[in-house]
Ligand binder design. Structure first.
Ligand code: IPE
Ligand code: IPE
Ligand code: MG
Length: 236
């Protein structure tokens, strides 16, 4: 059975989930934040080593000031409530995305969590916040160009280029799951999902329980990942 080392999730559908219950969209985001804890624990128990969660995209600034403000407070809520438990479980908190453009208090909560957990060797819980893959690739190209100008005209291969990305030493995504029925990538990990298996589930993020996750992982385990090759059983 194929191993899912790196699971990436597009946590979508919080707003619709709340609206369906006659609640404001922000209540969906709050339920979604609590679900981050449940799914991180379940993924860790299932043997996942890297869990990358899309919390806020570079495009999400288009939303109302009220909604953006609410979303920016959720990291503080999450880590105040669950950091002790994450530490006990050995989770290493990391981020991808430009923290410098976040409210200072939000950036601080995230860098503090990363600093506190940096020596942990368990699940890498990676929060993608103010993250956009095109921006990531653009910044990587600029950074490489600067290194070349500074006298490092080293031949660049795919492995070398990937080290300029925000995911640096994090392995490629094995499995990408998007909740709430939308079937698009929304500027997420474009380079890193080159050979990922994809799954789109109807459940919204607050409804995405550990049981649903385990069902997805089971289905992933049955996929035949060929990477452009041919499996022996299929050769004649
Ligand atoms: C995902 O839920 C959370 C973020 C994108 C921040 P949405 O807020 O996109 O919820 P829907 O898709 O509008 O229901
Ligand atoms: C993608 O969801 C971003 C996050 C989950 C953080 P969106 O809800 O923003 O994506 P679109 O706009 O439907 O593509
Ligand atoms: Mg959405």
């Amino acid at each position: 059975m194929g191993e899912c080392r790196h699971l990436a999730i597009i946590m979508d559908g919080n707003g619709r989930w709340a609206k369906a219950q006659g609640k404001p969209r922000t209540m969906g985001h709050l339920a979604g934040a609590d679900n981050v804890r449940n799914i991180a624990i379940a993924a860790n128990e299932a043997g996942v080593k890297y869990l990358t969660l899309y919390a806020f995209s570079t495009e999400n600034w288009k939303r109302s000031e009220e909604e953006v403000g609410y979303l920016m407070k959720l990291p503080a809520y999450l880590f105040q409530k669950y950091m002790k438990e994450f530490m006990e479980r050995g989770f290493r908190i990391r981020t991808i995305g430009e923290l410098s453009r976040l409210p200072a208090a939000t950036a601080k909560v995230l860098t503090d969590a990363a600093e506190e957990s940096k020596n942990n060797t368990g699940l890498n819980l990676i929060i993608a916040i103010n993250y956009g893959s095109r921006r990531e690739i653009l910044l990587a190209a600029k950074h490489y160009a600067q290194d070349v100008l500074a006298g490092r005209p080293e031949d660049l291969d795919e492995e070398g280029f990937s080290r300029y990305l925000m995911t640096e030493d994090i392995p490629d995504v094995d499995f990408l799951v998007r909740t709430s029925g939308e079937q698009r990538i929304s500027n997420y990990l474009l380079w890193q999902i080159a050979y990922a298996e994809l799954m789109f589930v109807p459940e919204s993020w607050p409804e995405f329980t550990p049981e649903v996750l385990n069902r997805c992982l089971q289905a992933f385990g049955k996929r035949d990942r060929r990477y452009g090759g041919v499996h022996e059983s299929a050769e004649s």
